[in-house]
Write a protein that binds this ligand. Sequence first.
Ligand SMILES: NC(=O)c1ccc[n+]([C@@H]2O[C@H](COP(=O)([O-])OP(=O)(O)OC[C@H]3O[C@@H](n4cnc5c(N)ncnc54)[C@H](O)[C@@H]3O)[C@@H](O)[C@H]2O)c1
Length: 266
Amino acid sequence: MHDDLVAAFDLSDRVAVITGAASGIGRATAVTLAQAGASVVLADVNADGMGDTGGELEELGASWSAVPTDVSDKAAVDALVAGAVSRHGRLDIMVNNAGIITDSLIVDTTPDQLDRVMNVNLKGVYWGTAAAGRAMAEQRSGSIVNLSSAGADMPAPMISVYALTKAAVKMITRTAAVEMAPIRVNAVAPGSIETPIYDRHFRGEDGRVDPERQRNHFDTIAQMNPLGFVGHPNDIAYAVLYLCSDAGRFVTGQTLRPNGGVVMPL
Ligand SMILES: NC(=O)c1ccc[n+]([C@@H]2O[C@H](COP(=O)([O-])OP(=O)(O)OC[C@H]3O[C@@H](n4cnc5c(N)ncnc54)[C@H](O)[C@@H]3O)[C@@H](O)[C@H]2O)c1
């Protein structure tokens, strides 16, 4: 146990893999963990976006690398983790953040929609947890953080597929926490955070984001939680930092909910 607050959050000499690190919450998490001293390995299907995240890490003088990875592919996830261990000699933190969403009523959902979202959100987290758990077992230490969602606890029309995968993430997390201790495994379930995941709602016919529709959308969803604002990606990155640093050393199998109070499960 640290007496010093800064030491409790310090990630110097730790190695972190972050999936979905080309955008939004994944990018903010990569930057935050690097600010805390970690070497970060970015993983995403979007190589250009990872390059932009890398630019921010470069400015910090952080140690970083980027590995194009489709998290729904078990072999690719195994190779991602093996590569991080071979490059750095260890893996301390795995953030299974990559995620996608689809909008459809249950009665209209196609097999392709179900498969696509389950492959990324559910299998991606499952294979990421498995690969990290194997790598961390030899060290008998490490922290895995999986991204769930407030949507897992709030039945809402159109997002059945997304919500069921995010509910599954909480169960994968709890089972892994029991199986893998002393490795700690936790979930973070954000409320609405301003990231490109919402762009689908305000793209015009030319494919461009309409800033006015974007502003109106976020103003509307801000009113859905008691705090009355939409979160910033750092609101989630700081929760991840808590869970994967020594500050969170007594926390495992839990779901942390930075969500503005939009849902308050017992
Ligand atoms: N933004 C929110 O309001 C919110 C709320 C709750 C939960 N979440 C969750 O947080 C996580 C990050 O979301 P975000 O808002 O930053 O979204 P985002 O769209 O900005 O980023 C998601 C990233 O995942 C990557 N990705 C997609 N499919 C992938 C695959 N097969 N393999 C590897 N990478 C892949 C994308 O390229 C993208 O860089 C997701 O799991 C999301 O469900 C977000």
